[in-house]
Write a protein that binds this ligand. Structure first.
Ligand code: FCB
Length: 412
């Protein structure tokens, strides 16, 4: 069967500063990498900080018309009140090069990493620290000229869960009640950034939205609450200003989002546990097929896109991808997910773009360089080697259509 996408649909790839740039020495992740609290060091990562011109050239050659990346707060403000003009100018150059090549930039302001000095003051756990965030956002307003899409935060709930609830990631907290305080402050930070930047840019939020379902009918109610806690209460609060948490409702202030970014990878099946526990205790349906152990569930993207359309805002699939050593599997993954994105479009969901994670293999946080998410392999001396999937995706983006050989997918 054939699928057709409109001419203005964005087809891009996604990356994040700490995962590709290299030498991001001023943030909390780098610090914990050095002191041995994290199993892998990002080091030079993909050396994108030096090879950015080649990378943009490559994207253009491959035919992608959009690119999502993040700017690193700690490069722009390595110390409290100290502005780094060189970093600012480098990001400017990246944006200008993208625009020159006709690639629509989509920029994330916070993608998991924060300046070490900010974290030493308590980071997002303290509401009074939002003044530092405001200074950064203010600078970003100058930096981002010409950019269309600006996302304030990447996956706020993943950030909160990994760093403050399970304590697998910096800053290794492990305190459920405080985790929800951090979530509330991130909502406030989003509101501040939206107020400062909206009008000049389309300012949205990027949310991880796994498909969350009960392991058996007996856990239907728990699964619904986990789904709300992980996927929807945050988004509800962006608009309503009231954040529901297991510890009561917190007033964060009414705000807005000009678009919703959906990061979709997999399905979480929830058993009979406490809903807060359900945030990090789940099952991938008996088998994990990717290098991350994540189940491949293409029809889930249709379900979450439909559910996210309740906010009546444009939606971008800001991340979708697979870590695999088998590139044919990547091609199949992309085709199947795009099929379900097309179904959502056909059913009236306002999806305006799709960004594959990731342009190239990179530093996958606490998993290091092992998982291969890239359309492009990074070889010795950082050589970029496009895989077959990079060409396949390029053909899709140029022709704006796709043929599926395996017929209809099941409907969730
Ligand atoms: C997402 C992150 C991204 C990357 C992918 C695999 O949760 O936003 O940085 O690590 O997962």
């Amino acid at each position: 069967m054939k699928i057709k996408f409109s001419d203005n649909f964005l087809f891009g790839t996604a990356t994040a500063a700490h995962q590709i740039e290299g030498d991001n020495k001023w943030n909390d992740w780098w610090y914990y990498e050095q002191v041995g609290k994290l199993p892998y060091k990002s080091g030079k990562a993909c050396n994108h900080w030096e090879l950015y011109r080649d990378d943009i050239e490559l994207m253009a050659e491959l035919g992608y018309n959009a690119y999502r990346f993040s700017i690193e707060w700690s490069r722009i403000f390595p110390e409290e009140g100290k502005f780094n003009e060189e970093a600012f100018n480098r990001y400017r150059e990246i944006i200008e090069l993208l625009l020159e090549k006709g690639i629509t930039p989509s920029v994330t302001l916070h993608h998991f990493t924060s300046p070490l000095w900010f974290m030493r003051k308590g980071g997002f756990a303290k509401e009074e620290n939002l003044k530092y965030w405001e200074q950064y956002v203010d600078k970003a307003a100058d930096l981002l000229k010409g950019v269309k899409l600006v996302a304030t935060f990447n996956e706020p709930m993943v950030y909160v869960m990994m760093g403050y609830l399970t304590a697998y990631w910096p800053p290794f907290w492990g305190d459920a009640e405080k985790a929800f305080t951090v979530e509330a402050n991130i909502l406030r930070a989003h509101r501040i950034a939206h107020e400062l930047l909206s009008g000049k840019f389309e300012v949205g939020i990027v949310k991880s939205l796994p498909l969350i379902r009960p392991l058996s009918p007996a856990s239907a109610e728990v699964a619904r609450e986990v789904d709300n806690l992980q996927n929807w209460y945050f988004l509800d609060a962006v608009f309503s200003g009231e954040l529901k948490t297991p510890f009561g409702t917190v007033r964060t202030g009414e705000g807005d989002a000009d678009f919703i970014g959906v990061n979709y990878y997999t399905l979480h099946l929830i058993g009979n546990v406490d809903p807060v526990e359900g945030l990090y205790r789940y099952d991938f349906g008996g088998y994990g097929r990717t290098q991350m152990g994540w189940k491949i569930c293409p029809e889930g993207i249709y379900a979450v896109l439909k559910e996210a359309s309740r906010y009546e805002r444009p939606i971008y699939v800001t991340e979708n991808g697979i870590a695999t050593l088998n590139d044919a599997e990547r091609i199949d993954f992309i085709a199947r997910h795009l099929y379900h994105v097309a179904r959502a479009l056909r059913d009236g969901v306002d999806v305006r773009g799709y960004f594959y994670w990731s342009l190239m293999d990179n530093y996958e946080w606490d998993k290091g360089f092992e998982p291969k998410f890239g359309l492009v392999e990074v070889g010795a001396n950082f050589r970029r080697i496009p895989r077959e999937s990079a060409r396949f995706y390029g053909t899709v983006t140029r022709e704006r259509r796709l043929e599926l050989n395996h017929g209809e997918e099941p409907t969730p």
